[in-house]
Design a protein around this ligand. Structure first.
Ligand code: B12
Ligand code: SF4
Length: 508
């Protein structure tokens, strides 16, 4: 592993005839129902990395970040001020309507517009038919440089490697473009192009910490049935430890960041790499607190001590279900025993745990939900989110239920988790009631720890009785009516899939 910390290339002003690109993040925080609950605001690393890459390739680049905006008006203002050759929009399912509005705004000013990011990558035709000139369905850096140059030079985008475009009524796919070989070639994100202070002070106000997001890898070698991975698929690439340290230092030194969220799909897939990073963080600093998302099959408990020493505060765990049958049908590749082991070790080490739980996945019965609730009760994580399964386009889960989507699915499938978006085994009210039961249990955690475990147990039992005697019979009546409308069972619809690796070894 190279010991030398990579440097940023010197800033060179691009020539006056350089292509100009405006990148847009269409996410407006105030429109996100989940955001109001969890307030986890970080700038899009996709946009910031693309911007940095473009700049380092002689392209004039600016960013409109709508996160703190009221609407998309700043995009039009920015287009008129900057006069870009090309507008590039980052997309998520949640932001589809805004993205389409931005395409309209760009077209109104006569600027070609390109879409990239997970949603456009999943369904490029939709974006092309509704106003985008081209879509980049994969890694964006190399393609965006060529696209910007083509537009400036008056060369059509159709056929450009790494793009999908519409010519007449025909979809034209350019040749595939290989991924970047070495993620260390990426310059540090272009934080200076957005209002970093708005994010950092929002965090400081809320938690007392200046928090930022860092990504050390691209892709994930696992294969959970409901997970959308259109951009990087099951590939996996990791930055070197010195490159990651350079980014941590820059955030600390330039922006006073003291807490980092490692946003990798799965942090530390390669154990040797993780050990080297933790060592370096302890030895050389910067000494930052951090949190990450981990898989229970990878988070070996003998590593926890070292992680704690390096600053670990919180771990997000994709627990998903307390039923092994459900974990298997989600192709999660994890065991209940692993969840229990990791949850107990985190508690022992004083590391906060945030559990992601999911209800309403095809094939789930009330008994499975009960098992999940019982596990939640036993381990009482400090934080949790229990969402109703969201069928994201491009996933096997989505394919399995796509002919049973409910009307609002296309609008909200990127977010929420509080609405049932397809005709599942039970009515939405049942899942919402189950969410209430989890919320009640979470409240009892405080009673248990700060007041009396006996009182908490009694209140838990009372809630169970209410469920058994009143809510369940009532909701099962509705379920029977819903099932008679639903047609073939979930099990019949869900395709059999190859299992993902269970041992955590990268597949790419
Ligand atoms: C970190 C993360 C978060 C963080 C930070 C969000 C942020 N501001 O970026 C937090 C926790 C806050 C978060 C929140 C949400 N997230 Co999130 N998140 C991720 C995660 C794990 C990494 C994102 C990332 O940085 N990727 C790395 C960069 C380099 O990749 P990238 O963004 O895809 O960009 C590359 C290409 O796509 C392409 N590209 C991207 N944009 C553009 C634009 C142009 C013009 C071009 C040419 C190319 C291009 O080039 C880029 C570089 O190669 C992804 C999973 C994943 N691996 O992508 C989920 C993911 C993006 N999130 C997802 C979702 C659903 C959400 C939420 C809507 C959840 C919610 N509220 O219910 C919110 C939305 C918040 C928001 N601000 O947009 C889904 C999106 C699925 C979909 N189809 O929409 C993903 C894919 C997870 C999943 N597997 O389901 N998220
Ligand atoms: S571990 Fe599963 S849910 Fe997480 S990113 Fe990989 S495939 Fe998606």
């Amino acid at each position: 592993m190279p010991e030398e910390v990579p440097r940023e290339p010197p800033a060179v002003a691009p020539p006056s005839d350089a292509p100009r690109v405006l990148l847009v993040d269409p996410y407006v925080a105030r429109e996100d129902p989940m955001e109001r609950k969890f307030v986890e605001l970080y700038p899009s690393l996709g946009i910031l990395t693309l911007a940095a890459w473009l700049r380092s390739h002689g392209i004039r680049t600016e960013v409109t970040d709508l996160t703190f905006a009221r609407d998309a008006e700043p995009v039009t203002e920015h287009i008129r001020r900057f006069r870009p050759h090309l507008v590039g929009v980052h997309t998520k399912t949640l932001t589809l309507p805004r993205a389409l509005e931005i395409a309209e705004r760009a077209a109104a000013d006569g600027v070609p517009v390109l879409a990239g990011g997970p949603d456009a990558a999943t369904r490029p035709e939709r974006y092309l038919r509704e106003g985008f000139d081209a879509v980049v369905p994969s890694e964006g850096e190399l393609t965006l440089v060529e696209a910007a140059t083509r537009v400036r030079d008056g060369i059509p985008l159709a056929g450009c490697p790494g793009t999908v475009a519409l010519v007449g009524h025909r979809i034209v796919r350019g040749p595939a473009r290989p991924f970047l070989k070495n993620l260390d070639d990426l310059p540090l994100p272009a934080w200076d192009l957005i209002d970093m202070e708005a994010y950092l002070s929002a965090w400081a106000e809320r938690t007392g910490e200046r928090r930022a997001a860092v990504l050390t890898s691209r892709g994930c070698p696992f294969d959970c049935s409901w997970c959308s991975k259109p951009t990087f698929g099951r590939t996996y690439r990791q930055q070197s430890v010195p490159r990651v340290l350079a980014e941590l230092r820059a955030l600390h030194d330039r922006y006073g960041v003291d807490y980092v969220r490692f946003c990798d799909d799965v942090f530390g897939v390669d154990r040797h790499w993780l050990e080297a990073l933790l060592d370096a963080m302890v030895r050389d600093g910067p000494h930052l607190k951090f949190e990450c998302l981990a898989r229970v099959d990878l988070l070996k408990t003998d590593l926890l001590e070292q992680m704690k020493r390096a600053g670990l505060q919180r771990v997000y765990l994709g627990v998903e279900s307390g039923s092994q049958k459900m974990l298997d049908s989600m192709n999660r590749g994890t065991r209940l025993s692993q969840i229990e082991h990791v949850a107990a070790s985190l508690r022992e080490h004083g590391v906060r745990q945030f559990w992601f739980l999911m209800l309403g996945y095809p094939g789930e019965t009330l008994d499975d939900i009960e098992e999940t609730l019982q596990m939640f009760r036993r381990f009482s994580p400090e934080e949790y989110s229990v969402s109703i399964a969201v069928p994201v386009p491009g996933t096997r889960f989505y394919d399995a239920v796509k002919d049973r989507l409910r009307g609002r699915a296309s609008r909200t499938a990127g977010s929420g988790g509080s609405s049932l978006l397809y005709e599942a085994a039970y009515p939405e009210t049942l899942y919402r009631w189950q969410q209430v039961r989890f919320a009640w249990e979470a409240r009892l955690r405080h009673v248990r720890h700060r007041f009396s475990p006996e009182v908490a147990d009694r209140l838990s039992r009372a809630a169970d009785e209410l469920h058994e005697r009143v809510a369940k019979p009532l909701l099962l009546g509705q379920a029977a009516r819903a099932r008679s409308r639903a047609g073939p069972s979930d099990a019949e619809r869900l395709p059999v899939v190859a299992r993902g690796p269970r041992d955590g070894g990268p597949s790419a």
